[in-house]
Design a protein around this ligand. Structure first.
Ligand SMILES: Nc1ncnc2c1ncn2[C@@H]1O[C@H](COP(=O)(O)OP(=O)(O)OP(=O)(O)O)[C@@H](O)[C@H]1O
Ligand SMILES: [Mg+2]
Length: 287
């Protein structure tokens, strides 16, 4: 793998189905995301001839555990499926920690290599390309806030390199879509934010969404232990659990359902014995 690249996949691919459907977000969110992706990936080349060219940049911002990374992965597959008649998609995951800023100028050079060499080489492989950059605040550090203790010159240079790279890819490979995620939109450089074609705030789930996430988690377990099906259909129980889980993120909700399986040895050995009380105990224990 070239420096900074975690993985490269060809999409659509059957084993990438799933994430897009299993993340529950407010109505309209997925359509907005997918439309933005498709416009860039399908028509970026033509739109790039206009003065206000799209940058092919989407930012998913929100608290930890709200499904941003999963949604970004799912988006790549959903867009690849929709565009399959026009050719395949290369999906690239970038390692945000591969660009340490300790050595003067080193991260700047690495980011420049990534944006000027690696991404163009990958983009030349197939008609469409999606690049996921998780925790983008570590690359696009807000220059106006960069602390003077942490080598501000280098931070400036790394952010400059990323901005120049985004501009250059948008110009030369206008069909490339960057999907980025962050927990700290306020730590991202303003010039990076202003290049985004879409900044989407992914919120904590509301009570109804919490109930749906719990239901889906139980349904998934019922796929393995069919005896659990009635629990996943107990609306009253789900509504009660959801009330107790107000303010929790999706990751914590899914973990709590797993923790319910480890409240008792009997259930751990045979999850088919899971009861409503085990779920309540897990939720109360985690609260
Ligand atoms: N809205 C949701 N609906 C269903 N599952 C969710 C939701 N939000 C989070 N999850 C589950 O929580 C887990 C964590 O999701 P993910 O890693 O995508 O979150 P994230 O927003 O990228 O978190 P972080 O900011 O910490 O990187 C996944 O297993 C995902 O399925
Ligand atoms: Mg994430």
């Amino acid at each position: 793998m070239p420096q900074g690249v975690l993985s490269v996949h060809a999409l659509p691919s059957d084993h990438h189905d799933g994430p897009w459907d299993h993340i529950i977000v407010p109505p309209g969110t997925k359509e907005r995301l997918l439309s933005t992706a498709l416009l860039t990936m399908r028509h970026g080349r033509r739109l790039a001839t206009l003065p206000g060219l799209p940058h092919g940049l989407v930012i998913l911002a929100g608290p930890p555990g709200t499904g941003k990374t999963t949604l970004a992965r799912g988006l790549a597959q959903a867009a690849a499926r929709a565009l399959a008649p026009h050719g395949a998609t290369t999906y690239v995951e970038i390692d945000p920690h591969a660009f340490p800023s300790e050595m003067l100028g080193e991260s700047q050079r690495a980011i420049t290599r990534l944006m000027m060499d690696t991404v163009p080489e990958l983009a030349a492989r197939r008609p469409h390309t999606v690049v996921l950059v998780d925790e983008v605040e570590s690359l696009a550090v807000r220059r106006s806030a960069a602390s003077f203790e942490t080598n501000p010159v280098d931070v400036h240079r790394a952010t400059d390199a990323l901005l120049a790279g985004i501009d250059s890819v948008a110009q030369d490979y206008p069909g490339v879509l960057f999907v980025t995620t962050t927990n700290f939109p306020e730590a991202i450089d303003e010039a990076f934010l202003s290049r985004a074609d879409l900044v989407l705030h992914v919120p904590l789930p509301d009570e109804q969404t919490i109930a749906t996430i719990l239901r889906n988690s139980l349904r998934e377990l019922a796929g393995i232990w069919p005896e659990l099906r009635p629990l996943s259909e107990d609306d009253e129980l789900l509504a009660d659990l959801a009330k107790r889980c107000a303010g929790w993120d999706g990751r914590r909700l899914r973990k709590t359902v797993l923790q319910a399986l480890s409240q008792r040895i009997d259930v751990a050995l045979d999850p088919a014995q899971l009861t409503a009380d085990d779920l309540l105990a897990a939720v109360n224990g985690a609260a």
